[in-house]
Design a protein around this ligand. Structure first.
Ligand code: ZN
Length: 224
């Protein structure tokens, strides 16, 4: 596990060079954003203890397997007092409901953990504002840190190589487009996230991008 302190409040965890999760420091401890692939719980817990604060809650950008993979193991290790928060529509998909016509794109492993909270537009999680950004999955959300406008944007963009909107078939990371549910909606979400003028953009896959406006504009220009 590679651990990169990006700001005083935000630490990026990287596994296998291409899957990220994040630790956000709050007054009461840490918020873990996403849980990576299965069998990563131990490494995540080790990274959190290196930050010197307990994990208080686990929030998910979306329900795909490479983001919820270690959720059950972490819930087991941390106990029920650690709250689990998942976007509304993705939680409904995991609960077995049909929320879109046709097949749901990407991997949706069976979870034992039932989220305590279903996230919606405008919800707050500590310093983080929940920003709906559907398209990659029906319920996908991003998190804007209101302290410094860092944006944790899940899989709306990827930055393995060039920054791209995940609707775009990019030879270095075609999996993102293959797993994207609604490509037009995903592009609209990319534009909405750009309009937030983030100071730092971090993603489920790839490097962190500081002052990302120009790269986001270029990615949106290439998308579709
Ligand atoms: Zn995904």
């Amino acid at each position: 596990m590679r651990t990169t302190a990006l700001t005083d409040n935000l630490t990026q965890l990287t596994r296998l060079g291409f899957v990220n999760a994040f630790l956000v420091r709050e007054d009461d401890g840490l918020t873990l954003i996403d849980t990576m692939l299965p069998r990563t719980a131990g490494a995540i817990l080790e990274a959190a203890s290196g930050r010197g604060a307990p994990i208080r809650r686990i929030v998910l950008t979306h329900g795909h397997g490479d983001h919820v993979g270690s959720l059950d193991a972490l819930r087991e290790a941390l106990g029920a007092q650690v709250e689990v928060l998942m976007p509304e529509l993705d939680a409904r998909i995991h609960a077995g409901e049909t929320v879109v016509a046709g097949k749901v794109a990407g991997s949706w492993p069976t979870l034992r953990t039932v989220p305590d909270v279903r996230l919606g537009a405008g919800d707050r999680v500590g310093s983080l504002e929940v920003v709906p950004s559907p398209g990659h999955t029906p319920g996908h959300v991003a998190f804007l840190d209101t302290r410094d406008r860092s944006l944790i944007a899940g899989d709306v963009f990827t930055s393995i190589g060039a920054l791209n909107v995940s609707d775009h078939y990019y030879w270095r990371f075609p999996l993102a487009a293959m797993a994207t549910q609604d490509r037009a909606q995903d592009r609209a979400s990319a534009r909405a996230l750009r309009a937030l003028n983030p100071t730092l953009l971090v993603l489920g896959h790839g490097r962190a991008v500081r002052d990302p406006a120009a790269e986001m504009d270029a990615a949106i220009g290439r998308s579709g």
